[in-house]
Design a protein. Sequence first.
Length: 401
Amino acid sequence: MNATPERIAIVNYSSTISPAIRSSRFFCSLFFLGAGVGIGAWASSLPVLSAQMELDKAQLGWILIGFALGAIVMMTNIGRLAAIAPSSVLSLLGSLTFGAALLALPYAGGTYWLALIVFFAGIGFGTLDVSMNIDASTVERHMGRQAMSSFHAVFSFGSLIGAFVVGQILSNGGALAVCLGVAGLGVAAVAVVACIGWNNSGRFDDPADSIEATDGKFDNAIRKHLYLLGGLAFLGMLAEGGMMDWSAIYIVTRSGGAESTGAYGFAAFATMMATGRLFGDAIVKRIGQMPMLRYCTIVCAGSVFTMILMGGNLPVVLIALAICGLGLANVVPTLFAAAGRAGGTSAARAMSIVTTMGYAGLLLGPGLLGFIAQISSLVGSLSVILMAFVAVSASARSSEC
């Protein structure tokens, strides 16, 4: 059976949401919160970690690629694990691994040990990310309406919390071990609560899980459309990952800000992303997915261009970074929603194609941008991000989903 774009991936089985679904949504959101806290602390700690380990940009790029490789290894194999273990348990195991790696990072005895620990951090995060999105997709289907943006908003607020905590600790003279120790313990603790709550919240009692097609095959037109969305997701998430991992370093090295200012700059970026995602579903409903994608990437491109042009002006860079966060907020949720709609009754398979390509950009992008920064400068890296936003905007204009 071929899926068609006209089929709807989310079926409204009931006009009301049961207490079990509400409870499941809450505890699933906790996994997103913990993941965000960990990523926010990791990204905002990179300038201090780089200085403490005396890493140049190329070495830091290799470290970031190690994180990406660990995550991709699990993302490409999580389906097999999900067949033998509940996704909530996989989310818990991923969280514990991610949290333990964050705790161990400051104590790495050298670059090779650091790379190994970061690789395991990627394994943990990759497991957590895919597993929690599986649960989020299940909740969304049973709710009978799009809710993915709200889950991603929680992730963004978690990133904000992680960055804020790191900024506070650094500004008060705290060490890197304290920053990542607090974050790692927080990730683990939230995950334990989320897993227990999810498993005790009650089972779904309607047939939403049966709506997926059994063969998941697409005709050539839809497959090409999905690969186009995947390509846009790759570029969009490459840019997002680059901004997440390099913006704080750009503030410190290019704009002359303190390390704590870099952490606060990332916090402003995460705040605007979270705020934008709170209103994303309503805006998309009003103007449509592709116009939303075009406008968001235009805002991002303008913001990054301003950061490049005014790199020595710290207040302007901070404002531009915050605006970029607002623009980026709904790029990924819009693309994922478009993939689900294009997949119809095979929405899960369609999502797997687009998300795999997208996360490849998110995880590999920061490392590749590090090599570009080493060869040229961070301005060169931001120029690549700028071109990615321009390409997504241009493609969205000619593609109606």
